[in-house]
Design a protein around this ligand. Structure first.
Ligand code: HEM
Length: 745
């Protein structure tokens, strides 16, 4: 880190008042700074090293002789390298993380809890978030179909609180004792370690077919929720039922929710498959790019609360993690927000070593008898010992920002040196005395419990299909179509008939039409009548569309401007400035990484626009939207290039916004041949035509477009209308009306 960057970082730390960032400073090393003796390279024991490249050898200077074991520098380097890897997480191995801050708006949650992190609006609590996939190994691709982990660590003044959640509100199983089974079933099969990063295989579908409690969650993972566009565009859910206790000692059951500012958006399946190869780090880079480009992702934080007295008032068990609490029955209360505003300095020490535990709660927050949560509370601490060692909570990223003091001692890699002769309680010096509840000590809610010791599940835990059906009924028609093709894709990868036949039978308990369509696609059992009637209920909040931002935004969207020599520079500069003002990033894609020359400028003069990538260097999949400006020679070059034609067809197939001006429209219409689209045909007219997310115009007045973007969708101009299409994320109508099916992409 240069001293300038260092100063900026310091200023940032104080600007965000993040206690955790300040705490980390004492462990942050800046390799560009030399120590007081001027040493730039030392051994781990601090001795300066003069040669890092040649092992100590016996040699007469002309030939190579044997290397000597004596070389303590060579040995240290290799020893350290040999032990660089630690076990990857047994699940959620692939992930990315960032630092942030959390604030509540006011003290309205004090009717539920006395936890200051949830009730004190004067506080800014540092957070660290790790997003992850579940199935794949640490080196797997980001955009696989999978659940995404959404784990948040709050560094509160009362200790660390972890919400170890997912982007899906329910789980595959009801009881923690089934966790090893579901994970073994979904992970690569044991005989051949196949497949990586996906659930499309016999074992997963075999298991979920025999385990109907998974039906609800399977519907979510097979929906667009399984392929998010970005970590920044996902909801987060604590999933399990926790409890809150207020100052009067009253207890409520609670579910935790994160709602993204940018809406909930997904990739198309074809796009996700391609990105897996084209840019396997797509989500990781997207998070970093947004933070570094000044678009820090934000989520509202909401709670759903049920008083203890109403625990049994629902037709599902509120402690069953395969069920959500419909918002129509238990409204969401938005109480705060989180912003992720700082990337990590080093992946391993921060993202890899961060360790979450559901058992980490702070006073005012507690557990419930949710049998999945009870098992998780055991599992996380235990697994961290394998992964990081028993002193994992001393690691910089994990240690609390408040004092930590107790009689736990020793163990491998203990860092803290505790003075004095006492390491037990009670003791003659009254050191490490327990803290009384009235002084802030954590104290359990006095829950009355009576029962018979037995291995059972509650009566309401036996019903598995009502909410799977609720979810399916609540989807828009395009979302349902995506879900049907996702299950069909997965079952097509299962080659044992008993597996896909069983699952198509199970689907008929959810929806007749769904079961029929999937069964026909995959050669399953086509039902003649529904196995159960459809209750017909739906909940609008289960569709992604419900979360579209109230004010359309293009913030952080990646917009590619596709150019060849001879383009119209005034348009491109005007459009770029306007889109930038709206918070989007624009990327010039040209025939070469280097200058691309506008009309009237000599090619090779060095006075063009610098292209970020050449046509082959990136693919359309990596952008949200596209613009082709005017310019006769430019449009002709694009029309003669198969790759640029493919860019447009692929973007069209993925339902992305496409804008074109003047000869750019001719290129789209005649070379790309997008079916079913109406175009602006008069090159002298500034009347904009929007057709299935394709926005075209004959000419634009480059001088006026900057103002347009601030009124997305409200003005008649090109940028306003194009930005509106971008803000909608995708034009799924294009797909629903069969247009995308006519294009090869
Ligand atoms: C409600 C259901 C569950 C959710 C939402 C969930 C979520 C997560 C998340 C987000 C992570 C990644 C944490 C990180 O980023 O480091 C994780 C890891 C893990 N989960 Fe779960 N999980 C669930 C159920 C379970 C159950 C039932 C168990 C075991 C009984 C379990 C055991 C683990 C283990 C062992 C890890 C690896 C932790 C590590 O090495 O850091 N999970 N889980």
């Amino acid at each position: 880190m240069s001293s300038v960057t260092g100063a900026v970082k310091q200023a940032f730390v104080s600007a965000t008042q993040s206690a955790k960032l300040a705490d980390l400073q004492r462990d942050i090393q800046d390799p560009t700074a030399t120590d007081s003796k001027g040493y730039t390279h030392t051994t781990d024991h601090g001795v300066p090293v003069s040669d890092t490249d040649n092992w100590l050898k016996v040699s007469d200077g002309t030939g190579t002789g044997p290397s000597l074991l004596e070389d303590q520098f060579g040995r240290e380097k290799i020893h350290r390298f040999d032990h660089e890897r630690i076990p990857e997480r047994v699940v959620h191995a692939r992930g990315a993380g960032a630092h942030g801050i959390f604030k509540v708006y006011d003290d309205r949650a004090s009717k539920y809890t006395y936890a200051p992190v949830l009730t004190d609006p004067s506080r800014t609590t540092s957070t660290f978030v790790r997003f992850s996939t579940v199935q794949g190994s640490r080196g797997s691709a980001d955009t696989v179909r999978d659940v995404r982990g959404f784990a948040v660590k709050f560094y509160t003044d009362e200790g660390n609180w972890d919400i170890v959640g997912n982007d899906i509100p329910v789980f595959f199983i009801q009881d923690a004792i089934k966790f090893p089974d579901i994970i073994h079933a979904v992970k690569p099969e044991p005989h051949n370690e196949v497949p990586q990063g996906q659930s499309a295989h016999n074992n997963f579908w075999d298991f979920v077919g025999l385990q109907p409690e998974s039906a609800h969650m399977v519907m979510w993972v097979m929906s667009d929720r399984g392929i998010p566009r970005s970590f920044r565009m996902m909801q987060g859910f604590g999933v399990n039922t926790y409890t809150l206790v207020n100052a009067k000692g009253e207890r409520h059951f609670v579910k935790f929710h994160w709602i993204p500012e940018l809406g909930v958006h997904s990739l198309m399946w074809d796009e996700a498959l391609k990105i897996n190869g084209q840019d396997p780090d797509f989500h990781r880079k997207d998070l970093q790019e947004a933070i570094e480009n000044g678009a820090p992702p934000k989520w509202q934080f909401a709670i759903q609360c049920i008083p203890e007295s109403k625990e049994h008032d629902f037709d599902f068990d509120i402690l069953d993690a395969t069920k959500l609490w419909p918002e129509e029955l238990v409204p969401l209360e938005v109480i705060g927000e989180m912003e992720l505003n700082r990337c990590v300095d080093e992946y391993f020490t921060e993202v890899e070593q961060v360790a979450f535990c559901t058992s980490h709660v702070v006073p005012g927050i507690g557990f419930s008898d949710d049998p999945l949560l009870q098992g998780r509370n055991f599992s996380y601490f235990d697994t961290q010992i394998t992964r990081l060692g028993v002193n994992w909570e001393e690691l910089p990223i994990n240690r609390p920002v408040c004092p930590v003091l107790n009689n736990q001692r020793d163990g491998a890699m203990r860092h803290k040196i505790t003075t004095g002769e006492i390491n037990y309680w009670p003791n003659r010096k009254n050191i490490t005395a327990p803290v009384k509840p009235e002084a802030g000590g954590y104290h359990e809610y006095a829950q009355k419990v009576a029962g018979i010791k037995q291995r059972v599940r509650g009566a309401k835990f036996q019903e598995h299909y009502n909410q799977a059906q609720l979810f399916y009924n609540s989807l828009r028609s395009y979302e349902r179509a995506h879900l049907i093709s996702a299950i069909s894709f997965e079952l097509s990868h299962c080659d044992e008939p008993i597996v896909y036949e069983s699952y198509t039978k199970l689907l008929n308990n959810i929806d007749f039409d769904l079961a029929k369509k999937v069964a026909i696609n995959v050669g399953g059992v086509v039902p003649e009548r529904p196995s159960r009637s459809n209750h017909g209920q739906s909940s609008p909040t289960l569709s992604q569309l419900y979360y579209a931002p109230k004010t359309p935004t293009i913030k952080s969207r990646r917009i590619a401007i596709v150019l060849a020599d001879g383009f119209n520079i005034a348009e491109v500069e005007g459009v770029r400035a306007a889109l930038k003002a709206g918070g989007a990033t624009t990327w010039i894609i040209g025939p070469r990484r280097g200058y691309v020359y506008p009309a009237g400028v000599e090619v090779g003069s060095g006075k063009g626009l610098f292209a970020d990538h050449h046509f082959e260097g990136q693919r359309s999949t990596l952008f949200d939207a596209f613009i082709v400006p005017s310019g006769a020679t430019h449009a002709q070059t694009l029309a003669g290039n198969g790759r640029t034609i493919h860019w447009m067809r692929e973007a069209f197939g993925h339902c992305k916004a496409i804008g074109a001006i003047g000869e750019g429209v001719v290129f789209l219409r005649e070379a790309a041949g997008l079916p079913g689209i109406e175009y602006a045909t008069n090159p002298n007219s500034d009347v904009v035509v929007s057709s299935y997310g394709v926005v075209t115009v004959g000419k634009v007045d480059a001088g006026t477009i900057a103002a347009d973007v601030l009124k997305i969708g409200q003005e008649k101009g090109f940028v306003s209308k194009f930005a509106f299409e971008v803000s909608q994320h995708r034009c799924y109508q294009r797909e629903s009306d069969g247009l995308t099916a006519k294009v090869a992409f």
